[in-house]
Design a protein. Structure first.
Length: 149
């Protein structure tokens, strides 16, 4: 259980060795109800992989991940990465800037989507990040953001 954000449940994922779960404890709010339970792992000192299981409400009428769901996941992946890799107090953190380029549609029928997020720089009040959204080797979006700690 996180000491920094007591509402966040985080523990080793017994079904996926090397991965950690991340689940918001605020029923009725966006992260809990729309994004849902995530898993995460560090892939380097400044890189995290965040995985979101896809649910029907994430999909468009074409059975691909809806752009709005991708943007929501991109935003949440920033904070999950900071939660995993830094000691930042994220209670009052907020997204200052998020730019996204949609590169391709998602693969219909795939059960998950991953965000690979890198912390580029941290200052006293800001964190600069960039990420890619992927399904296997298939890149579907690229994004960069600034988060105020």
């Amino acid at each position: 259980m996180s000491q920094r954000l007591p509402s966040i449940r985080s523990e080793p994922d017994p079904d996926n060795p090397g991965w950690v779960t991340y689940h918001s404890g605020y029923p009725g709010l966006f992260n809990h109800d729309f994004i849902g339970r995530l898993t995460m792992r560090a892939e380097g000192p400044a890189i995290a992989r965040v995985r979101m299981p896809l649910q029907s409400h994430h999909l468009s009428v074409m059975n691909t991940v809806h752009g709005g769901a991708m943007l929501g996941f991109a935003d949440v992946s920033l904070f999950v990465t900071m939660f995993l890799l830094t000691e930042a107090d994220l209670v009052r953190s907020l997204t200052v800037d998020l730019q996204c380029q949609f590169l391709a549609g998602s693969i219909p029928g795939e059960p998950t989507i991953d965000a690979v997020v890198e912390i580029l720089r941290e200052t006293g009040r800001m964190t600069f990040l960039r990420g890619t959204m992927v399904q296997g080797d298939h890149r579907i979006a690229a994004y960069s953001a600034t988060v105020r700690k």
